[in-house]
Design a protein around this ligand. Structure first.
Ligand code: ATP
Length: 377
């Protein structure tokens, strides 16, 4: 067990069209025994950050500490970490037992120790019955368990996971997610886990670090990131269905804060009065999650879907998608902006209908329209 600290880490690759900054001035502190998830869109530098930590890539700048010691010059095999890859990387000609035992054998462990460690890991992962099989006789989920087992037997101080579940089908992914979380609890080890799947990040991480263009945009607990995204990018990336955004300006009307878009005016809560008063006239994006947007007739067949909400005027229902436990309602404003509202499991609205929409003003987010789209409130 150990902490992991990346300080202003930079990695640049040379390419035909100029240099690619895969990771730029990236700093992160992962506490001992913490489950940290690096999440972000494809190409944002997640894998590079992980490979730098493992020592599989050399640094162009910055420094990395594991367990309080700088490891910049330490070879990967001496960093006491284990990495689990997306493609499992099992040896096809070896049995599961031999695959799991390989790392220990290379380190000169005795037969009895190898047997004990492999049996213990196999028990933990429920693969005791597979030890004599070859990888070709395993399902994807079983291969993934063996890959985990191979990492566990070494009892490393830190686990690094690179999209370990992306080759599995949706059901198995959910099951393995639970197992990995349980494993973390049992092993009490530090984990740095890379994924592009925001739902996986939310469910697994003690904290999640949202990356974009080689840098971390926000690092916090999943709920804090969801409820108080620090920028428009983070707000749009975390959450499914994704947050709605409307473009407009801030205004004050009779001492009250207001968002004025082309088709929609929204009375903002008084808690935003100071923020708005200081930025009257500024161009902003107003963000609202689908579950905080509702329309008349959208809550389980009743007619008060927008009761108690701040009115947004009339909209046209463009599409209705029943999901069983909820309904997605696609709406069009008079100016043609598309919005998504989450309704109850049964709704009494239909396509083409004009409905009055409302939002829960306590859950609106304001982001600057300039620069990185920083949060204003
Ligand atoms: P994905 O989710 O698609 O795996 P990622 O967030 O893990 O993406 P990285 O693989 O770290 O992203 O890559 C970050 C950037 O660095 C990308 O633009 C990628 O094309 C570039 N890159 C990565 N490895 C190399 C390399 N060996 N040579 C040149 N460019 C590279």
């Amino acid at each position: 067990m150990a902490s992991v600290k990346l300080q202003q880490v930079t990695k640049r690759y040379s390419a035909k069209r100029g240099d690619v900054w895969a990771v730029r001035d990236l700093s992160i502190d992962v506490a001992d025994r913490e489950f940290m998830v690096l999440v972000g869109p494809s190409g944002c530098g997640k894998t590079t950050a992980l490979r730098l930590t493992a020592g599989l890539e050399s640094l162009d700048g910055g420094s990395i500490e594991i367990g309080g010691s700088v490891v910049d010059e330490v070879a990967p095999k001496d960093r006491d970490i284990a990495m689990v890859f997306q493609d499992y990387a099992l040896y096809p000609h070896m049995t599961v037992f031999k695959n799991m035992a390989f790392g220990l054998k290379m380190r000169g462990a005795g037969r009895a120790e190898i047997r004990r460690s492999v049996d213990e890991a196999a028990r933990l992962l429920n693969i005791e019955g597979l030890l004599e099989r070859k990888p070709s006789a395993l399902s994807g989920g079983e291969c993934q368990r063996v890959a985990l087992g191979r990492a566990i037997v070494r009892r490393p101080r830190v686990f690094l996971f690179d999209e370990p579940l992306s080759n599995l089908d949706a059901q198995l992914r959910t099951q393995m997610r639970t197992e990995i979380k349980e494993l973390h609890r049992k092993l009490e080890t530090t984990i740095v886990y890379v994924t592009h799947d925001q739902e996986e990040a939310m469910t697994l991480g003690d904290r999640i670090a949202v990356m974009q263009d080689g840098a971390i945009r926000q690092c916090d607990t999943p709920l804090e990131v969801y409820q108080r995204p620090s920028s428009r990018f983070v707000a749009g990336f975390i959450g499914s269905p994704t947050m709605n955004f409307l473009e407009g300006r801030l205004a004050m009307e009779r001492e009250s804060p207001l968002f004025v878009g082309e088709a929609i005016r929204v009375a903002l809560p008084n808690s935003l009065r100071t923020t708005v008063a200081e930025a009257v006239g500024s161009a902003v994006s107003l963000g609202v999650r689908p579950e905080h947007l509702s329309v008349e007739g959208a809550r389980d067949g009743t007619t008060d879907g927008s009761a108690g909400l701040t009115g947004m005027g009339e909209m046209t229902v463009h599409a209705v998608e029943p999901l069983g436990n909820a309904t997605n309602l696609h709406l069009l404003t008079s100016r043609g902006d598309r919005l998504l509202a989450r309704g109850g499991s049964v709704v009494s609205v239909s396509v083409g209908q004009t409905v009055s929409a409302g939002l829960d003003a306590g859950h609106v987010h304001l982001f600057s329209s300039d620069g990185q789209g920083e949060r204003l409130s």
